[in-house]
Write a protein that binds this ligand. Structure first.
Ligand SMILES: [Zn+2]
Length: 119
């Protein structure tokens, strides 16, 4: 006889065919982890976005609105290029990538222009 196993602990389940867990505790643990994993992902992405933003902000001097840095500088600081909040394309076709109020524009020869959004 082929029995079903608990989604949480993997133990064989006795009883009703539609049961997915061996008991309430296993069901609660499973559902909690499902929810926790989802919110962890959101938290991780939010954290990465804020870190990206802070890296960009740290490269623009106080009182300046932009800075030119080598792309490796961003990588060294731990910048994650896969995370951004939005992009902006100028009339000339340059695409700025933003993390909140700071962004960058890739320049030639591995340089980056870091910009601060004007308020
Ligand atoms: Zn179980």
């Amino acid at each position: 006889m082929q029995g079903k196993t608990c989604l949480n602990c993997g133990a064989p389940i006795q009883g009703r065919i539609d049961k997915k867990f061996c008991d309430d505790q296993c069901r609660n643990t499973y559902n909690y982890q499902l929810y926790a994993d989802g919110s962890n992902l959101i938290r991780r992405i939010n954290h990465a976005l804020k870190k990206n933003r802070n890296i960009l902000a740290s490269l623009v001097k106080e009182g300046d609105e932009m800075a030119k840095v080598p792309k490796e500088k961003l990588t060294q600081e731990g910048y994650q290029f896969k995370y951004s909040t939005h992009t902006y394309e100028t009339k000339k076709g340059s695409i700025y990538t933003y993390c909140y109020d700071y962004g960058f524009l890739p320049l030639e020869s591995g340089w980056m222009l870091i910009v601060k959004v004007k308020e």
